[in-house]
Design a protein around this ligand. Structure first.
Ligand code: MF3
Ligand code: CO
Length: 249
């Protein structure tokens, strides 16, 4: 079942999403060589709690942290750790969200640690651009496949590959709602987009193979070929005036 949000609910979503966006921004500012992913997680956790929110990944399906922090060839769901120290040249994907007054926000971005290679920078840029292409295609009257195809075309057109085993999702009072929002597919296919839908669009783009595998910790997803991966995510609303980015900082 797809839950459509009233304008009141959209304003509640906006508040949760703004807190999520600010927490992501603060976490991103903490990214530096020598910092552990545990420290970044703690900064995000304390920021969300201090502003009256609840870290909505923490405890979700048993997830043990506020943020998912995935370094280099890790795609998503990296568990923050005191043992994982960022170093110059790494790229680090931070995914986190906040619940505020019963509504959920969810967003992600990949950050550079100091100076990175031009290829890593291009992967990050193309992934962020692919997210915005997807958002631009999220037009009332269109279909989910319009979003999927826009993301896929941009990423593959740049010579990168799209992760298929994980997808974006509806979001609202629950972190994961229907419908699924794949980052691959055909325009004109899938669920019709209508005002009041709120979606988390989240391309995960790999430099090499699209294949991924999950580590024995049960969470961390990495590329099968150990090449780099990037991840950007916004929570958006479909409106009669076009897509609105609820997590725009
Ligand atoms: N941001 C992730 C998503 O979009 C959620 C991570 S799963 C969790 O689905 F368990 F860490 F919450
Ligand atoms: Co998400």
């Amino acid at each position: 079942m797809i839950v459509l949000k009233t304008s009141h609910e959209l304003s509640m979503m906006k508040a949760a999403c703004q807190l999520s966006a600010q927490a992501l921004q603060i976490a991103g500012e903490a990214v530096k060589p020598g910092v552990s992913t545990w420290e970044i997680d703690k900064i995000a956790h304390d920021y969300i709690v201090k502003h009256g929110g609840r870290p909505n990944f923490l405890g979700y399906a048993g997830y043990p942290a506020t943020a998912c922090i995935s370094v280099n060839h890790q795609v998503i769901h990296g568990i923050p750790s005191k043992q994982v120290i960022l170093k110059e040249g790494d790229i680090v994907s931070i995914d986190l969200g906040a619940e505020l007054n019963g509504y959920q926000g969810d967003n992600a971005a990949t950050f550079a640690v100091g100076e990175i290679s031009p290829e890593a920078q291009r992967l990050m840029d193309v992934t962020e651009q692919a997210l915005y292409k997807g958002i631009e295609a999220a037009i009332s009257g269109g279909r989910i496949g319009d979003i999927s195809a826009a993301v896929q075309q941009h990423a593959e057109g740049a010579g990168f590959s799209v992760v298929r085993q994980f997808v974006g999702h509806g979001i609202g009072q629950k972190l994961h709602e229907e419908p699924e929002v794949p980052n691959f597919g055909k325009a004109g296919r899938g669920v019709r987009l209508i005002p009041g839908m709120t979606l988390a669009i989240e391309p995960m783009i790999n430099m090499g193979t699209p294949d991924v595998r999950t580590l024995k910790d049960g969470w961390t997803v990495e590329t099968a070929d150990k090449q780099l991966s990037a991840h950007f995510e916004h929570t958006i609303a479909i409106t009669s005036n076009g897509p609105v980015i609820l997590t725009r900082p």
